[in-house]
Design a binder for this molecule. Structure first.
Ligand SMILES: [Zn+2]
Length: 159
């Protein structure tokens, strides 16, 4: 499997996460090729808001893998002194639209890079205030091409 991957060195400063490390270990400081455009986009959107996303200083790996738990499309594993490992579910990725891929990557980087926790507050219309919602709270995910700019403001600036 790994011989198909092109790796890019990245690093991570801030640590937070959904879960403790479990399962196989992959090469540290690497991002799987298919995921790289979304990491580049995250960096650009941060820069547009005055937030420097410094992958050189960070420690992170990101891979496509099979997540056994149902309805989980991405996870950020945090394992003490080891680098964070971001895992995106392969089945989700293969069928997801660009905006859904972006949502999951950016949400997980909200944990792994920005150090954010879940925020499940709902607007009066029921939509989620933040793209850092847990997906379990009942607020409605309204991340789309029209709302993304405001959600990214909240993601990067309401830290
Ligand atoms: Zn989360």
């Amino acid at each position: 499997m790994r011989h198909n991957w092109a790796f890019t060195a990245v690093f991570l400063l801030l640590l937070a996460g959904c879960q403790k490390e479990e399962g196989v270990t992959v090469d540290n400081y690497t991002i799987q090729e298919e995921l790289v455009p979304y990491f580049d986009r995250f960096q650009e959107e941060g820069a547009a808001r005055g937030v420097t996303v410094d992958f050189v200083a960070a420690q992170l790996s990101a891979v496509l893998d099979d997540i056994a738990e149902p309805n989980v499309s991405g996870q950020c594993y945090y394992n003490g002194g080891d680098p964070n490992r971001l895992v995106i579910d392969r089945a989700f990725w293969s069928q997801a639209s660009d905006i859904k891929r972006e949502f999951v990557i950016f949400h997980e980087l909200g944990h792994c890079y920005l150090g954010r926790s879940h925020l499940d507050t709902a607007n009066p219309d029921g939509t989620c205030v933040s793209m850092m919602h847990s997906g379990l709270s009942g607020c409605r995910n309204a991340y789309n091409s029209w709302t993304r700019s405001a959600y990214l403001d909240e993601l990067f600036l309401e830290n």
